[in-house]
Design a protein around this ligand. Structure first.
Ligand code: ZN
Length: 346
């Protein structure tokens, strides 16, 4: 049993982000873990976060959605939460996947207002969670913010650093994956350490992209001017000596797509010229609308409203730009990569 729980928690970990532009909502973990009605199980368990993340995915019609998760400090000593789970949450905090704060409810409201994310909660206005057949469901209750406030945009345009050398939230290593929203008590503070943040200059410019397979968004990802992102069947992170990050398409591809899509098919980079896509594959990439093949091995700036197709039904672009869903062949629809949710012996 513990083995399965640990696998569920590993899968949940991949859905946690403290980068506001990737998160689809913000929540208070202590509230979710004690939501017994969701599954009628034990008094408190982090596994319930998985039910809520699945509900958000169904609500949005997207897979692999990420949430901005706030952990109240008190939860870490809540004896109803199994100690093995509390240990995992502490690790998440140390790695910067979640924020541990004093007073989570206040912080949830702040992130929602300033970063423009819906609150996922039983009590607060926003996206309400309730039990539903097979887990949880989201109903919209009250207004949902439409995007970051002006203050939020200003805060996110600066690269902040926490004076605590152990801080995983505001550290140099996060330059390619974004940074959390500073807390505000007069000055920008680290939400975990309460220390004033140092302004280290403008943040790298960034853009949110998505991979869509068979008409369904499988994964959103951040591209920053700090490092390129590689997209392919199984990209090699060591690319031309850079510390590029990789988007692995392999698990979402059918047999035809697996043959047609190269290990590293596309490099995506961002600079003042815009968002550049370079086809580094064997078979090519096509730009839509229009469907023209792009020149191989040469950066192609992706204009507003454009996206690339690597194979019929396998697309990369800004989430709002894809053509209507359902034009892709059904055969591209494959099972979601649920490997880690499967029982160990299946
Ligand atoms: Zn800090």
């Amino acid at each position: 049993m513990r083995f399965e729980v640990s696998h569920v928690l590993d899968a949940i970990e991949r859905r946690l982000t403290t980068e506001p532009s990737l998160a689809r909502g913000v929540l208070d973990l202590a509230e979710i873990v004690r939501y017994v009605d969701l599954d009628g199980g034990r008094p408190a368990t982090v596994v319930r976060l998985g039910l809520v993340i699945d509900a958000i995915a169904r609500h949005l019609g997207e897979e692999n959605v990420s949430v901005y998760c706030i952990v109240d400090k008190q939860m870490l000593s809540d004896l109803d939460v199994p100690s093995s789970e509390r240990m995992v949450v502490r690790r998440w905090a140390d790695d910067g996947h979640v924020e541990v704060v004093q007073g989570a409810q206040m912080r949830v409201r702040e992130v929602s207002e300033v970063a423009g994310l819906p609150i996922i909660s039983r009590f607060l206005p926003g996206w309400s969670t309730a039990p539903a057949p097979g887990g949880a469901a989201i109903t919209v209750r009250g207004p949902v913010p439409g995007g970051p406030s002006d203050l939020g945009r200003r805060l996110m345009s600066v690269r902040w650093r926490c004076p605590d050398p152990e801080c995983a939230l505001f550290a140099d290593m996060r330059v390619a994956v974004g940074q959390p929203l500073p807390a505000l008590r007069g000055n920008p503070l680290c939400p975990r350490h309460g220390a004033p943040l140092a302004d280290t200059g403008p943040a790298p410019i960034s853009d949110v992209l998505a991979v869509r397979v068979g008409g369904i968004i499988k994964q959103r990802f951040l591209v920053t001017s700090a490092a390129p992102v590689l997209v392919g069947r199984a990209p090699d992170g060591q690319w031309e000596g850079s510390d590029a990050r990789a988007i692995v398409l392999g698990p979402w591809l059918d047999e035809g797509a697996v043959k047609a899509i190269s290990r590293t098919h596309l490099t995506v980079s961002l600079d003042r010229a815009g968002l550049s896509m370079k086809d580094v594959s064997m078979n090519g990439a096509w730009v839509h609308p229009g469907g023209d093949k792009i020149a191989p091995q040469q950066p192609r700036v992706l204009g507003p409203g454009e996206y690339l197709e690597l194979y019929p039904g396998v697309e990369v672009g800004r989430p709002g730009t894809f053509g209507p869903a359902g034009v892709a062949p059904q055969s591209v629809l494959v099972d979601a990569p649920t490997v880690s949710f499967r029982p160990p012996n299946s």
